[in-house]
Ligand binder design. Structure first.
Ligand SMILES: Cc1ncc(C[n+]2csc(CCOP(=O)(O)OP(=O)(O)O)c2C)c(N)n1
Length: 321
């Protein structure tokens, strides 16, 4: 781990956090009219991605995709414009928060139907295999998505055909309001399910961004050299409500105590403290980064807000049903 990468990981997490927190703060203005699923607290995986994957690698995700899109190099202005439903959005304003795409950086799409981008990611991996390149297809999924039938079929196909796919499961313990223990037998580990299907799989701490980076780096290098698939499961925690900008610990599906215990482990403070203590990061450098981030995010929100809405013909274009 070089000091430069250690810092990049922190800065990338901070960028995602700040974007998400600004979306949360502005959501009540009623100008973002799509549902939003924020990844606050879960930034480590997204931050590591762009440092490990190349733009020519593919990635797909689900409904909680802001961090993955930004991590893979997606355009912030285009993402916010999409959330504001504008013509300049990355999906032309048709899709909103849950339908992000930027083919120029290999972010091939996110969709709201849980699990349905898993086979798409495997298909992208098959296209890589047929073309003979050393690219990798990365599938981001949650613990809930790992319970869909298509997950098992896709994993099996990837294992049988040795498809160059990296499955990255962010296990935040919840599928909407249902905790893992009401959904799966006691003691079952998702990465062990992957192993049982015949996929090499590991499990790591999703609050330790350097560990996430190291595991991803190893897995991706291995796929490029030897083919795939590989499965990585990271323990993490969602701070805000499943869908929307608020905190919802008062509604009863989880306790404030549990939330606070997880929040103590959070990835950004952990990396920040580590870098400051080891003197790898000067407070002035951090402050300068914070200021540039503030300017970038302000600019992107202004761009999104000032952009035009799509007109009627735009909205109807590319509709097939
Ligand atoms: C096929 C399908 N079933 C149910 C839903 C409703 N739904 C939306 S998100 C979600 C939970 C997904 O949990 P997980 O994959 O762990 O992702 P997380 O929200 O925790 O990031 C569910 C059940 C859906 N969108 N699609």
């Amino acid at each position: 781990m070089t000091p430069e990468i250690a810092k990049q990981l922190l800065f990338r997490m901070m960028r995602i956090r700040y974007v998400e927190e600004t979306i949360a703060a502005r959501y009540s203005e009623q100008a973002m009219r799509c549902p939003i699923h924020l990844c606050t607290g879960q930034e480590a995986v997204s931050a590591a991605v762009g440092l490990v994957l190349r733009p020519s690698d593919f990635a797909v995700s689900g409904h909680r995709a802001h961090g993955h899109y930004l991590g893979k190099g997606g355009n912030l202005r285009a993402m916010l414009a999409e959330i504001y439903g504008k013509k300049t959005g990355c999906a032309g304003g048709r899709g909103g928060s849950m339908h992000l795409i930027d083919e120029s950086v290999g972010f091939m799409g996110s969709t709201a139907i849980v699990g349905n981008t898993i086979p798409v990611g495997v298909g992208l991996g098959l296209s890589i295999q047929l073309s003979g390149s050393d690219a990798v297809s990365c599938v981001f999924l949650g613990d809930g998505a790992a319970e869909t039938g298509v997950f098992f079929e896709s994993m099996n196909f990837a294992a049988v055909r040795e498809i160059p796919v990296l499955f990255v499961c962010e296990n935040n313990l919840y599928s909407v309001y249902s905790p893992l223990h009401v959904r799966q037998p006691k003691g079952r580990k998702i990465f062990r399910l992957a192993q049982a299907i015949g996929v090499e799989a590991e499990h790591g701490d999703g609050n330790d961004v350097e560990a996430v980076y190291a595991m991803m780096k190893r897995a991706v290098a291995d796929i490029r050299r030897n083919g795939g698939p590989r499965f990585l499961e990271f323990d993490t925690y969602r701070w805000r409500e499943h869908c929307g900008p608020n905190f919802d610990n008062d509604i009863g599906y989880r306790t404030e105590q549990e939330y606070l215990a997880h929040r103590m482990q959070e990835p950004i403070k952990r990396q920040h403290d580590k870098l400051i203590q080891s003197k790898l990061l000067a407070p002035e450098e951090l402050a300068a980064f914070g200021e540039s981030l503030r300017v970038e995010i302000e600019d992107a929100f202004c761009y999104a807000i000032e952009s035009p809405f799509p007109d009627d013909t735009d909205v109807r274009a590319r509709l097939y049903a």
